[in-house]
Design a protein around this ligand. Structure first.
Ligand code: TYD
Length: 135
């Protein structure tokens, strides 16, 4: 199943007295070419983001600051990851329904994406995304 490809990728981290530095190179630390970057911040308490699958888009999600939970689903299989480190990315391949929730105050989510933004790439209906609604 594609959901088995959802996994944490450890990123380089160069830490010294001045702070921590991480970097990401396409096809080296992410398994796709990076076409787009977006980030989410200022998330009010209790808000969720995502809640869809993408037909033809791979992503890597990183908690640049703070902490949040990523819920993934493919047909009847569900997985949950908590992201809380800026040197760890969660790889999400095509077709996996995902929702990001439980953002801590001040958290920042960075997404590296394999495609340009296209609303037609979104599958917002969980049934069409071959997922089961357990909410
Ligand atoms: P939305 O897809 O609802 O965000 P998320 O699923 O991450 O919670 O996007 C919110 C708005 O931003 C919507 O009008 C589409 C727009 N948008 C872009 O224009 N480009 C992008 O790369 C993204 C992710 C969203």
């Amino acid at each position: 199943m594609d959901i088995d490809k959802c996994q944490i990728i450890n990123l380089p981290r160069i830490a010294d007295a001045r702070g921590d530095l991480s970097f990401i190179e396409e096809r080296k630390h992410v398994p796709f070419d990076i076409k787009r970057v977006y980030y989410i911040s200022n998330v009010p308490n209790g808000s969720t983001r995502g809640g869809h699958a993408n037909k033809d888009t791979e992503q890597m999600i990183i908690a640049l600051n703070g902490r949040f939970r990523v819920r993934l689903r493919e047909t009847n299989t569900e997985k949950t990851f908590v992201l809380d480190r800026s040197d760890r990315g969660l790889y999400i391949p095509q077709g996996i329904w995902h929702r990001i929730e439980d953002f801590s105050q001040g958290s920042i989510m960075l997404a590296l994406v394999s495609s340009f933004y296209d609303e037609k790439d979104y599958i917002r209906d969980q049934a069409c995304a071959h997922t089961e609604n357990k909410e």
